[in-house]
Design a protein around this ligand. Structure first.
Ligand SMILES: NC(=O)c1ccc[n+]([C@@H]2O[C@H](COP(=O)([O-])OP(=O)(O)OC[C@H]3O[C@@H](n4cnc5c(N)ncnc54)[C@H](OP(=O)(O)O)[C@@H]3O)[C@@H](O)[C@H]2O)c1
Length: 252
């Protein structure tokens, strides 16, 4: 299947890279010319002469335009019945997207980006779509969410994902500052988070039992987590997630 991509930037590059070997080809919009040229050379992507050419040439269109201006850009293009458009733009609501691309069908999604280049990033899809689920499955696990508010809440994970990149970096830098070889520090932190993620994915135990199991009474985990609680470091995540949800979906 050929997919047209509007917005040839970082996200587009990650998704094209992750989808290699899964049978998809891509027609890219021309802006972001350096990335488009690189994707053409490395992965055989075609580059269109205009955004409208992307829309005219593809049944399936993936929108990776800047969130602030993308809906306006879409309103200026002519879509046709039978086309299917998936927007990955943060905060683009389904109804606004559908109005912008009518009479094409519209879907919204969210993903981490870079992790999808390694086919290891989860994607959200709302509402369900067999074609887009199959495409996103090449890039990691897919969660189709039917209820609009549930999707909006889940979509905040796009920001959470980026923040965990900064968390990993912050922690790795602490170890390096205290004398650990920086490459070992980076690996150690990433491996630790990946290992604990595996526990949550594989263990049948509840979250409370898992937490209790790794916390020796009076031990160093209890000390570290207690400090984070007392200084508001953990509840700061709640405030930040609330703020992102309200920005992405005003009124939430
Ligand atoms: N980065 C991620 O990992 C990630 C993850 C999930 C969702 N997203 C979403 O993906 C979207 C793109 O993010 P990004 O990080 O990839 O941004 P980016 O690197 O800035 O890429 C955006 C691309 O869109 C191009 N563009 C801007 N206006 C255009 C127009 N009218 N027509 C055609 N192309 C246009 C830009 O070209 P110029 O360089 O010429 O301006 C640039 O190449 C955002 O809505 C974001 O919320 C990103």
């Amino acid at each position: 299947m050929r997919i047209g991509i509007l917005g040839t930037g970082h996200l587009a590059a990650y998704l094209v890279r992750g989808a290699q070997g899964s049978g998809y080809s891509f027609l890219l919009s021309p802006r972001g010319a350096a990335i488009a040229a690189d994707l053409a050379e490395r992965f055989g992507c075609e580059v269109a002469a205009s955004n409208q050419e992307v829309v005219d040439s593809c049944q399936h269109v993936l929108v990776c335009l800047p969130a602030a201006t993308g809906l306006d850009d879409l309103r200026g293009l002519r879509f046709r019945a039978g086309q299917s458009v998936l927007s990955a733009m943060a905060g683009a609501g389904l109804e606004d997207l559908r109005a912008a691309v009518a009479p094409a069908e519209g879907f919204v999604g969210m993903m981490p980006g870079y992790a999808n280049a390694y086919s290891a990033g989860p994607s959200l899809l709302h509402p369900a779509s067999d074609d887009w689920r199959e495409f996103l499955s090449a890039l990691g696990p897919v969660h189709q969410i039917a209820a609009p508010e549930e999707y909006q809440t889940a979509a905040v994970f796009g920001a959470m994902s980026g923040a965990t990149v900064f968390l990993i970096r912050h922690l790795a830098e602490w170890y390096a500052r205290h004398g650990l070889d920086p490459a070992t520090a980076r690996q150690l932190v990433a491996e630790t988070l990946r290992g604990n993620a595996e526990v949550f994915l594989q263990s049948p135990e509840g979250m409370e039992a898992i937490s209790a199991g790794v916390t020796t009474p009076g031990g160093i985990t209890e000390q570290l987590v207690g400090h984070l609680h007392r200084t508001g470091a953990l509840t700061a995540w709640d405030d930040a997630l609330d703020a992102v949800l309200a920005r992405m979906y005003p009124g939430r």
